[in-house]
Ligand binder design. Sequence first.
Ligand code: NAD
Length: 428
Amino acid sequence: MRPGRWPVFRYVGCWAAAAPADRARLLRRFAAVVDDHAEELARLEVLEAGHTIGNARWEAGNVRDLLDFAAGGVERLNGRQIPVAGGLDITLLEPLGVVGVIAPWNFPMPIAAWATAPALAAGNAVILKPAETTPLTALRLAALALEAGLPEDLFQVLPGTGPVAGNALVEHPGIAKIVFTGSTRVGKSIMAKCADQVKRITLELGGKSPNIVFADADIEAAAAAAPMAFLDNSGQDCCARTRILVQRSAYDRFMELLTPAIEEIVVGDPADERTQMGPLISRAQLDRVRSYVTDDLPGIRGKAPEGPGFWFPPTVLTDVPEDAPCAVEEIFGPVAVVLPFDDEADAIRLANATDYGLSGSIWTRDVGRALRASRAVKAGNLSVNSHSSVRYWTPFGGYQQSGLGRELGPDALTAFTETKNVFISTEA
Ligand code: NAD
């Protein structure tokens, strides 16, 4: 299809040319409308994706905050003035045009907004392709954008399968950039196709993140925090700390504390406010998790409801070889492995023993060690004595096969611009 045939292309120019204050005002209005509908959006996510209601409310609020944050950037999207002889040199940050956002099912709303909000703020139009299993909140957000007064067709949702709707965005010559969040396997194939047109691309891919617990850490705090660091969203989280690395001298104490913490996790109806973990998204995901966790593997198993639904109990595998598939591959379910290590060098070696590099945590009371380990672990998002990794105002993205480029943070809008350098002679 030629670029001009999609209505979205008609709107790019006038949106980019609109006064920055007007673009910012409309995005703030969009944020306010999302806020007015936050409970409705959250309930939709519970129904469609099985998220716990507490998480789903946070996710709807995150979309609002992302839009507000991006709106604040519109008037601060500054180029530079660079000293030159014989004239003036300035850089212009120009919008790319139409951005295609391909989102996964695990956090449908926030991940769609991570790219959509800054792309719109920087003057682009957006076509969002939600995952097959979770199109509803994306469609609702597009309707709310219209209600807020955004130009019709500026932000469109294109539901459909990956190989058809997703691929159409990747291959279409009128799409200037693809922001893909999903599996490393699909991300690589999209990157290869984008190469054909030298299409701009951001990739947010898989992870198998370490949670390193040194013996000098507050072991009680580390053990208390470890379960939800991999069980949040039923483990369907690219940042899940699924490789728990514990210094050998603290191993027994850590396991003594971790065991009851895992057994007490409340798994059940995601609409119930007390629930900590809901079901998996689909039968296919349940089968995938089961393929990694056979009954004979030693470890700790929590509780999960019996009967209909895609339930899997919180699980921590112990005594597995450090290169076992469950220890190095992304399972994307409520499963972690615990591996012992001897010293700092051994911890870093183990932490870096995957092809991924998205997130990680370091538990220690030694500031020097925290800094040494933060420098040595190959990952884009680390936290010390905490498991936090995603804030809309700090950069997020992966090392190695966890991704390419960064989203969020102070430079979020710049990722949706092209830099043009202009030299103006004073000699003529
Ligand atoms: P997926 O790769 O199967 O699908 C992601 C999206 O790509 C979906 O919208 C899908 O329809 C689309 N798609 C699939 N094939 C395509 C193709 N050939 N062309 C174009 N689009 C195509 O991933 P998933 O199972 O939906 O999501 C889980 C994965 O996402 C996990 O690996 C997880 O780690 C990763 N993830 C990464 C981040 C991050 O920020 N790094 C965040 C969330 C999820």
